[in-house]
Design a protein around this ligand. Structure first.
Ligand code: UFG
Length: 338
């Protein structure tokens, strides 16, 4: 069964390709390599013994997308990761984000409709909730004002799917990720920050590895237990497994409506300081850190109510924060030795 994974060489995409191949799917990957490296294909091969079919393509190239689907019109489903995802950059380059994240989705949906490929999984984010009023956040929490153009593109993406699935044969599932971290146990694939990392975990591992001088903790005066912001950190392999569960729901026509959304997190909130302490304990190193002012646009806290994913998808996370941090560290070390 052929499945297209757009952005399949990215962080979450590559881990999902591994899960799909392990389950026997025939995987095609489209990636424009803008935020990853072709060597990820070797990592996937190292784990699964199989390379997915790879096509280098920018989904903003409408003719290219149309021609790809002309050639591959026997796909059973599409998992759409390809998108830009840096919150700060999206503030600087809004048009790039709308073009890349919204425009490309439209080209993809048009091509899918043309060839009657009706199953789609969409990478969404807990960012669609804005600062939610109630924790844990359930799927029925309303969309608040998004904090960035990036967040708006995810909200718009979901609206596009909802509207389209009403009037076409499209069946879509949006997975709203909380904070994806960690790496495959093999340390053959992981997160590849191309520049200075903006996210917490790669910054922590780079600091421990001596690549960054110190970790700046953004904000020590939040109304949380220790004053630092709280997030729900989910192991990327658990996240990847959520995609295969969602895919089988689509392929077996188990949906309750043509557009569904699921939170994918652990359900547990951890503060930045808790993550730092946990990492120090696992690695047996003291991390050089300093608490500074809050980062603009950050929420106080966000953690998921995952009841819906548990009951409807039969999905439960398997990895703990300890294991996720351990895998992130192993991956960081592998980057030096390769
Ligand atoms: N943080 C630091 N120092 C750093 C980096 C981060 O203290 O060097 C803090 C942040 O202020 C925040 C927490 O660590 O409190 C987590 O920050 P990340 O940047 O790792 O993650 P975010 O929660 O800001 O953003 C992530 C994804 C987005 C997504 C968002 C949804 O990166 O793509 O979750 O909430 F939209």
């Amino acid at each position: 069964m052929k499945i297209l994974v757009t952005g399949g060489l990215g962080f979450i995409g590559s881990h999902t390709v591994v899960e799909l191949q392990n389950q026997g799917f025939d995987v095609l990957v489209i990636d424009d390599l803008s935020n990853t490296n072709i060597s990820v294909l070797d990592g996937i091969y190292g784990i699964t013994g199989k390379k997915p079919t790879f096509v280098e393509l920018d989904l903003k190239n409408q003719a290219g997308v149309a021609s790809f689907f002309q050639t591959h019109n026997d796909l059973k489903g599409v998992i759409h990761f390809a998108a830009s995802r840096a919150v700060g950059e999206s503030v600087e380059k809004p048009l790039h984000y709308y073009h890349n994240n919204v425009g490309s989705l439209i080209y993809l949906l048009e091509a899918m409709e043309r060839h009657q490929i009706n199953n789609l999984i969409f990478s969404s984010s807990c960012t669609v909730y804005g600062q939610a009023d109630k924790m844990p956040i359930s799927e029925s929490s309303p969309f608040k004002q998004a904090q960035s153009p990036y967040g708006k593109t995810k909200q718009i993406g979901e609206h596009i799917l909802m509207d389209t699935s009403r009037v076409t044969k499209l069946n879509a599932i949006a997975l709203r990720y909380f904070n994806p971290i960690g790496a495959h146990d093999s340390a053959l694939i992981g997160e590849l920050p191309i520049e200075i990392p903006l996210n917490l975990i790669p910054f922590i591992t780079q600091t421990a590895a001596g690549l960054q001088e110190e970790l700046l903790i953004f904000g020590g005066d939040y109304p949380t237990n220790d004053g630092t912001a709280v997030r729900d950190y989910i192991h990327v392999v658990d996240l990847a497994r959520a995609h295969t569960k969602a895919l089988s729901r689509l392929l077996q026509n188990e949906q309750k409506s043509s557009f569904e959304v699921f939170n994918i997190g652990t359900g547990k909130g951890s503060s930045v300081l808790e993550v730092v302490k946990c990492f120090e304990r696992i690695v047996g190193k003291t991390l050089n850190y300093r608490i500074v002012d809050r980062r603009q646009g950050d929420f106080i806290e966000a953690y998921a109510d995952t009841t819906l994913a548990n009951t409807e998808l039969g999905w439960y996370p398997m990895y703990s924060l300890d294991q996720a941090l351990q895998s992130a560290w192993k991956w960081q070390l592998s980057l030096h030795t390769n």
